[in-house]
Design a protein around this ligand. Structure first.
Ligand SMILES: NC(=O)c1ccc[n+]([C@@H]2O[C@H](COP(=O)([O-])OP(=O)(O)OC[C@H]3O[C@@H](n4cnc5c(N)ncnc54)[C@H](OP(=O)(O)O)[C@@H]3O)[C@@H](O)[C@H]2O)c1
Length: 268
């Protein structure tokens, strides 16, 4: 494990830190003596995680209830924490949406763009500037395997995650010149609330699921070393197949065939 405290300092913003992969990041950072600043909407969940962190690691986690799909609320939050010295940003908050593109709720799709894309831009822009001025820092964005491959019935979600991936990859050399690391985690199926409640029968897809703690540990081990972090052998194979074995069009057709069988009929 890298010594992240030595590399980036003792405070990290962790969005989505109340659940799933974000919570796993928060616990792992606290274990290393880094105080997480947890950001999500649900206050009770945030308080519960902060309490767990304090009891387990004697680290005080700050909590901020912010709707990151709201641009003004996001900017207000960044203003509020501006005076603090923060060496890491882990942006794990995100939402997913699936179903036939022509039937899916437009309001939910637009909210997803605001959360997955706009908040990623705002947070990355803010911390890239601050960290570049300090000549020190680490940013970890959370994309998804679907951001690296065509994913029918998850079309808009996949497109938002492709944005996250491209932003991090493109910034990688720019920020390195300022001694700032940026990496992007592209998890495959991970055992969290997001996939437990999304109306997809994942047993019909040839994918194995990973625990969030494993994905978080792999990401923290590789931040700043790799630009794209794909956790797990099967996930790496999947990307290899999509990019090297099939043409993008054939992979899209194959993936569409598989996903159509897994998604609830009422969403098709
Ligand atoms: N699970 C997977 O299989 C998988 C695979 C690939 C990529 N990912 C990505 O991994 C990231 C974490 O997802 P997860 O699987 O850990 O899901 P999760 O357990 O549902 O966690 C999502 C987190 O985001 C927060 N969040 C959601 N909407 C928000 C909003 N509008 N403003 C602020 N916070 C918000 C949630 O808290 P509140 O609801 O309280 O706001 C929660 O803390 C996401 O970016 C997701 O796209 C997940």
């Amino acid at each position: 494990m890298q010594n992240l405290k030595l590399k980036y300092g003792d405070k990290a913003v962790v969005t989505g830190g109340s659940s799933g992969i974000g919570k796993a990041f928060a616990l792992e950072l606290a274990k290393q003596g880094i105080a997480p600043i947890l950001v999500a909407r649900n206050k009770e969940n945030l308080r519960a995680i902060a309490k767990e962190i304090s009891a387990q690691y004697q680290i005080e986690a700050q909590t901020f209830s912010v709707d990151l799909s709201d641009e003004k609320a996001t900017l207000d939050f960044l203003d509020e924490i501006d005076k603090q010295e923060i060496g890491m940003l882990i942006h794990s908050a995100g939402m997913e949406n699936n179903g036939s593109f022509t039937k899916i709720s437009e309001a939910k799709e637009l909210q997803m763009i605001k959360l997955n894309v706009t908040s990623t831009y705002l947070l990355t822009n803010h911390f890239a500037k601050k960290m570049s001025a300090a000549q020190k820092g680490g940013i970890l964005l959370v994309s998804s395997l679907v951001g690296l491959m065509p994913s029918p019935y998850f079309s808009n979600y996949a497109a938002t995650k492709a944005y996250v991936h491209q932003l991090a990859l493109s910034l990688y050399p720019e920020l390195k010149l300022n001694n700032v690391d940026i990496s992007v985690l592209a998890p495959g199926l991970t055992d969290t609330n997001m996939v437990a409640n999304n109306g997809v029968d994942w047993s019909k897809i040839p994918m194995t699921s990973m625990q969030p703690s494993e994905a978080a540990q792999i990401a923290l081990n590789n931040i700043g070393k790799k630009a794209t972090i794909i956790p797990g052998f099967m996930n790496k194979m999947m990307v290899m197949m999509a990019k090297r074995v099939f043409s993008m069009k054939s992979f899209s057709l194959l993936n569409g065939f598989l996903l159509r069988k897994a998604i609830s009929n009422n969403k098709l």
